[in-house]
Design a protein around this ligand. Sequence first.
Ligand code: SF4
Length: 500
Amino acid sequence: MRGPMICAPLRIEHAAISGGLRGAQVIRTGMGAGFACSPRPILVAGVGGALTNQCLPGDLVVATEVRATDTTVASPSAPLLAGALRRAGLPVHLGPITSTARIVAGSARGALGATGALAVDMESAQLASAAGGAPFAALRAIVDTPEHPLLHLGTAVRGVQALRSLRAAAPAMQQWVDAIGPREVLLAGPRSFCAGVDRAIDTVGRALDRHGAPVYVRRQIVHNAHVVADLQRRGAVFVTELDEVPRGARVVLAAHGVSPAVHEQARSRELVLVDATCPLVAKVHHEVRRYADLGNTVFLIGHAEHEEVVGTAGEAPGHVQVVADAEQAARVQPADPDRVAYVMQTTLAHEDAEQTASVLRERFPAMTAPRSDDICYATTNRQHAVQQVAARSELVLVLGSANSSNSRRLAEVAEREHCTAHLVEDAGEVDLRWLAGVRKVGITAGASAPPHLVDDLVHCLSGLGPLTVAEHTVTTEDVRFALPRDSTLPRDSTQPKEAS
Ligand code: SF4
């Protein structure tokens, strides 16, 4: 593959971009079709016209694909380039760009806008073909819009605005150029949704299907922004506390579980409660109740501020002490050192949790332990898989939200293998600079992250050069949990929830 180049059709565009670059080659191609070169990665950048008034003068449009009468060329790396521009503080739109042979105005412009394209130019489609299947990206800074067409008052000012944006975009273009190259992707398996998350999302979906919107959900049903946004689009209303829910309405409790006080509040407000607490979290609640009923102080190893821990600790407020780490484990003081037990948050890193538990075991030899580790099968499997993938990668990308405990732990486990790791919400958060010179990328996703985010990221990386993708699966999972029933009644406080 020949080296990448940036193409700027006009002299003023070339000057604006060159001023902000460091090292990348910029070629002036001239206006319109006619430029030819041997196949190579191409990023075309210049000014353009918006086909929608949502794009303002000075805004940038990054092409997801470029279209001409007889051809359409996709640009899979567009979200990565758009992400780099957003991080630079620039206003960016992602969508199709159409190339035409001449300047369009009036009804012709309206007709192009109706196709869903965001911007129009005169070169991108032809330069996309010149790339010959190598990576391609197109970026246009808006001068004119349907409301403010060319050759009207203010065009010169808008032109200067667009050229300033182009210049400010140059460092992101440089990042795109630097990230071009062949790559291997190693996918950790298992990854993405676990049985508890599947069940919680299905619970909200089923409530919406059966009863219609709105269905209220206390807190994020699972810790993932994409899942929440998707359910919001379908009619779910997320609340922080139950007093925001109208009396008598239907409300789903999130997978992380809640304290008995929340159930009590639901009952007092006559809410129709659907409890989507993961059965494996409910099992830990049951353990806490059992140990506390026997008069034990219960050490809950976990992060005090995490919703799961708040809910679990609420089962026996006078008996539970949350222990964050080994250091805290060395200081805790139970009422009676001979009557102690411990449990764990389900999504901890195995190594950290074991260190903390071993300090407690050493200090309190009579301590009761759960029959098996509370860290759930999904957390265990995903950590094991990412550990192996990290050992074979230069960089690990973990898809998941920043407030997802199990996703954060995956990045930490990868880092322990001396591999650079980043937790990202989606492909748009991947910084192109992380990819410069990196040829082996491991990818995984937290238990709350939808699988399509992994597919999207792999697709984006395929737009930066030849990509080989391999699965590294450490085990397969066939765990399923039955969906919960609607209930207006408080749960039976003595029974754990059933897992099937
Ligand atoms: S990560 Fe584990 S505890 Fe949490 S929802 Fe999934 S299976 Fe349940």
